[in-house]
Design a protein around this ligand. Structure first.
Ligand code: PFF
Length: 503
């Protein structure tokens, strides 16, 4: 039997809406704006919504319910919650929060820093006639490969400092005064700015042709397995699942909480936001194709290419208020990014506090300094290479493996019915047994399939044309290193935690 430790005081969300907005803020991130619309366009337009919403119902929503239910029941971060289930699984919780903290957030904040730089570039359209050249050769000054580090780009470093300062300030100020207050400002602002951008874009000439390409359903694409793989992979990332974030956020909920209702609200708001933001993205691309008389296929792009090349190009072509349009667009990205990055910092912070009982202010300060220093490597001329490799390995293998194990742990070791009973005990809306089936069978099967598929692809062709050596050192070893750290943390003794759930 595990040892039982005395309970400690846990902070709480002051308002229900505060929790909802913070969780939605974590889910809505850069990916909603620059990844989802492109995926939709590439995978059958409106027809992609079928696998996407199916993925949401079959795996996204069930896992969201699991994470929120678990955090609420165990009243602890991911490592603490898993420890409550079995002390042999504590490492998994550490692994989740470590690979987001010492992986994803390090480069994610650098991308937010790029957006902040570009927000200021919008004032005088600094990217000039050739945004492509500007982005790669003047702004990033990209080196030949991941091992040609080159110099630190000072402008990026400066913006990165601002982002980490904000991350620090928000999480340092605590749940109620920091995360809740910040998200109560961020989220309404994000929705207003996005609405302005979308309605502005919809009125541009050529917008409708962009929308047609974005949403016109091509059902024949549904026969292609890639479409399904893309839909299911996007769901995990977009809902911030498998990182221990929702577990931490839910651990600050009051006893009586509407877990099912909240999970539905968070997941749907996130997915509808993606579809809505896509209207703006594709209207602008339609406008660009209209003005340049080029087919849309030639102007469309995703990720960094969309935000830092295609969009700036389109902004320069606008008939009026170009600067304002740029500021709004990049402000959207900065806000969406920040509300996600603080959630990562919080997931790790709460894990450390749970285990070692250190003061929040000390933990957050140390972590923010480490985070800032760790991010610096991505501000060098080799930054974008590192970013691509680390992102690929962490979000594919890390996320899928951790999610898979999480389902096995709750589904088969802890047993879903125990968590379902807890959720139904506290909420008005009741969860049916179909949920158990999704967690025990559907989610692990889907995650294992995605993992298998990625591995096969990896062996057929090394990712992104990078050398095997760079993939091994920056990708695989980075992942293994986080696993090693996780084991190290889980071997340390707990201070002052009481097992509150002995049902
Ligand atoms: N859900 C966010 C997005 O779609 O951009 C990304 C994200 C948030 C990733 C939080 C990782 C994370 F820990």
């Amino acid at each position: 039997m595990k040892e039982t430790l005395p309970v400690h005081h846990r902070p709480q969300w002051k308002s229900h809406i505060g929790f909802l907005l913070a969780a939605i803020g974590s889910a809505i991130g850069l990916g909603n704006v620059w990844r989802f619309p492109y995926l939709c366009y590439e995978n059958g337009g409106g027809a992609f919504l079928i696998p996407y919403f199916l993925a949401l119902f079959l795996v996204g929503l069930p896992l969201m319910i699991l994470e929120i239910g678990l955090g609420h029941k165990m009243r602890g971060s991911a490592p603490a919650s898993y420890y409550e289930i079995s002390k042999h699984w504590e490492w998994l919780g550490w692994w989740q929060v470590i690979f987001v903290m010492f992986g994803i957030v390090l480069y994610y904040s650098v991308v937010i820093a790029w957006c902040l730089n570009y927000l200021f570039f919008s004032f005088n359209l600094s990217w000039g006639e050739n945004p492509n050249n500007f982005f790669f050769n003047k702004f990033l000054m990209v080196s030949k490969g991941p091992f040609n580090i080159g110099d630190i780009r000072t402008l990026i470093l400066f913006a990165l400092f601002v982002i980490w300062f904000l991350n620090w300030l928000i999480v340092f100020s605590g749940i109620e005064k920091g995360l809740e207050r910040a998200n109560k400002i961020f989220m309404p602002l994000l929705f207003i700015l996005t609405a302005i951008l979308v309605f502005w874009s919809l009125r541009l000439p050529g917008a409708s042709s962009g929308l047609k390409v974005y949403l016109k359903p091509d059902f024949s694409q549904l026969k292609n397995p890639k479409v399904w793989i893309d839909a299911f992979s996007q769901i995990f990332f977009t809902l911030s699942l498998g990182f221990g974030i929702m577990i931490a956020y839910a651990s600050y909920l009051p006893k009586k909480s509407q877990i099912l209702k909240d999970s539905i609200a968070i997941s749907f708001t996130n997915c509808f936001y993606s579809v809505f933001a896509g209207l703006g993205v594709f209207s602008v691309l339609g406008y660009m194709s209209h003005v340049t008389q080029k087919p849309l296929e030639e102007v469309v792009s995703k990720g960094a290419g969309l935000a830092f090349i295609a969009y700036p190009k389109a902004i320069s072509l606008l008939p009026a208020f170009q600067n304002l349009f740029g500021v709004v667009f990049f402000a959207i990205l900065v806000i969406a990014g920040l509300s996600s990055s603080v959630s990562i910092l919080e997931a790790f912070t709460s894990a450390i506090i749970d285990k070692f009982q250190y003061k929040r202010k000390v933990v957050v300060s140390v972590l923010s300094i480490l985070g800032f220093l760790g991010s610096v490597i991505f501000t060098t001329q080799a930054g974008i290479h590192w970013l691509e490799i680390v992102d690929h390995f962490l979000t594919t293998y890390g996320l899928l493996t951790a999610g898979f194990l999480e389902c096995l742990l709750i589904g088969w070791i802890y047993k879903t019915h125990r968590l379902r009973e807890h959720i139904n005990h506290v909420s008005v809306f009741k969860l049916s047994k179909i949920w158990d089936f999704c967690i025990r069978v559907v989610c692990p099967l889907v995650l294992a399939t995605l993992l298998f598929n990625s591995l096969v692809k990896e062996f057929k062709q090394p990712y992104g044309g990078y050398s095997i050596l760079s993939l091994i050192i920056l990708g695989r070893d980075w992942l293994i290193f986080t696993l090693f750290l996780a084991l190290l943390f889980s071997f340390r003794p707990w201070r002052l935690r009481q097992s509150i759930n002995k049902s």
